[in-house]
Design a protein around this ligand. Structure first.
Ligand SMILES: Cc1cc2nc3c(=O)[nH]c(=O)nc-3n(C[C@H](O)[C@H](O)[C@H](O)COP(=O)(O)OP(=O)(O)OC[C@H]3O[C@@H](n4cnc5c(N)ncnc54)[C@H](O)[C@@H]3O)c2cc1C
Length: 416
């Protein structure tokens, strides 16, 4: 892999920057691989990278029906945090956050990972109780978490309104200082580049159209580029997890919904942290380009179209102005949508299926970007060994039969 450094920048400047290598190769699909991953989003690419790096398995292909990172990875609002309620989630998301902290150096690509702090605002007694409970639970799990008074919220984020007469007054907030944002495209590109350098084939414009079974075992895939056989198959196709799993006769407890985001015109730095509010329902940060990046809730209906309804945007704008009257004259520039696969307990599914050789990594709903490295790390272990890593063992499909749900609606109910 061509390394980026000050020296390489200077050297390439001398030749007019015309000799940079492409980030990854464009290989033809081989007839057989040891492991095939369906879906070239951040999670699929991270899985391939850790398979090669941690387990020495390089005979791997990532099949992406469009371009890598063109799904939710390139459409999300990039909020990263680990302050989930339950031990199982805390352990998984915190592991991921720790990986983020060294990822730019490891992948040798600037992910623009910025730990600027994430505030979750409380507007009513229920929010306050949930927030304080979560802070205590996080601390017990060794995750950094603080409870702030309204005045401390104002000191941390000076442009926020803490007017007690407001319709949704701010009664306090949780703060995770190690939380923040990153540049989503770079995350996909960084994992793709590093995986490719280790020998992984990344095959774009390759849509999986069928899963081949030999009795109780999944043995290969039909694609628009031909048939490919595999010892093990990982489905990491957010937005279409149920559709791909159904090709092998597996039914998933998922609902697919549109989720929208938008950006404002760029302005000078004014918002120093990430702010999220469940009750008024908006979350916002400011990108390094200066745009406000905004998200809200899912559209209530099921859909596979990457677009949502106007009333959701209208509600989101109203929530933004409620919290930040200063933004009332800001113009919005662009909006888009993704499709999120949501589990009944707002936690993901990572593990084997009843079909031998077929594994799932899905159901991250509105909050999987933050988990990208952690998810890839544990799923690579699962695919390499055939058994879950201790961190993803609780997130099995079987929990919907056993009842051992990991209900994160409190920490994940606001889409993020
Ligand atoms: C608007 C929005 C805002 C969000 N905000 C946040 C946030 O702030 N923080 C956070 O943590 N999470 C957020 N999320 C959620 C997050 O984006 C996802 O959970 C995460 O990116 C999922 O990553 P992935 O790699 O699994 O999926 P994706 O990036 O969607 O990758 C799945 C890939 O599978 C491919 N695929 C599907 N079907 C097939 C097939 N048949 N054959 C081949 N390939 C196929 C798709 O083309 C896609 O590229 C947000 C999501 C949206 C939509």
């Amino acid at each position: 892999m061509q390394r980026f450094s000050l020296l390489s920048l200077v050297r390439h400047a001398l030749s007019g920057h015309e000799n940079w290598q492409p980030f990854w190769r464009t290989p033809a699909l081989k007839p057989r691989y040891r492991i095939v991953i369906v879906g070239g989003g951040g999670h699929g690419l991270a899985t391939a990278y850790y398979l090669a790096k941690n387990h020495g398995i390089r005979d791997v292909a990532v099949l992406e029906r469009g371009w890598i990172g063109g799904g939710n990875t390139g459409r999300n609002t990039t909020i990263i945090r680990s302050n989930y309620l339950w031990n199982e989630s805390g352990a998984l998301y915190e592991h991921s956050l720790k990986l983020w902290e060294g990822l730019t150096e490891e992948l040798n690509l600037n992910l623009m990972f910025s730990q600027r702090g994430v505030l979750n605002l409380a507007h009513n007694l229920g929010d306050v109780r949930e927030g304080i409970r979560r802070v205590e639970a996080n601390r017990l799990n060794g995750i950094d978490a603080e409870w702030l008074t309204p005045e401390q919220v104002k000191a941390f984020c000076p442009i926020i309104s803490i007017d007690r007469q407001a319709r949704y007054p701010i009664l306090g907030a949780t703060l995770q200082r190690r939380g923040g944002i990153a540049r989503h495209d770079n995350v996909a590109w960084g994992f793709a580049r590093a995986a490719d350098a280790l020998g992984v084939d990344i095959v774009q414009n390759c849509e999986v159209t069928g899963i081949l079974r030999d009795g109780s075992r999944a043995v290969g895939l039909e694609t628009n580029q031909g048939r490919v056989m595999a010892d093990r198959i990982g489905i990491v196709a957010a937005g279409h997890s149920s559709v791909v799993a159904a090709m092998a006769g597996v039914r998933l407890p998922l609902q697919s919904h549109p989720l929208q985001a938008l950006v404002s015109e760029p302005i000078k730095p004014i918002l120093p942290c990430v702010v999220m509010s469940n009750a008024v329902h908006v979350y916002v940060s400011q990108s390094d380009k200066g745009e406000l990046v905004l998200g809200a809730g899912i559209d209530a209906y099921n859909s596979y179209s990457q677009r949502g309804s106007f009333h959701v945007i209208e509600h989101q704008m109203a929530a933004l102005i409620e919290l930040f009257p200063i933004f009332s004259r800001l113009r919005m520039m662009r909006s888009w949508g993704g499709i999120v696969d949501v589990c009944p307990d707002a936690s993901p599914i990572i593990g084997p299926t009843a079909v031998e050789g077929l594994f799932l990594n899905c159901g991250w709903g509105t909050g999987g970007f933050k988990a990208t490295p952690g998810s890839g790390f544990v799923f690579a272990h699962t695919l390499a060994t055939g058994a879950p890593h201790p961190l993803n063992a609780p997130f099995s499909l079987a929990r919907f039969a056993s009842g051992a749900l990991i209900d994160e609606h409190g920490a994940a109910a606001v889409a993020h």
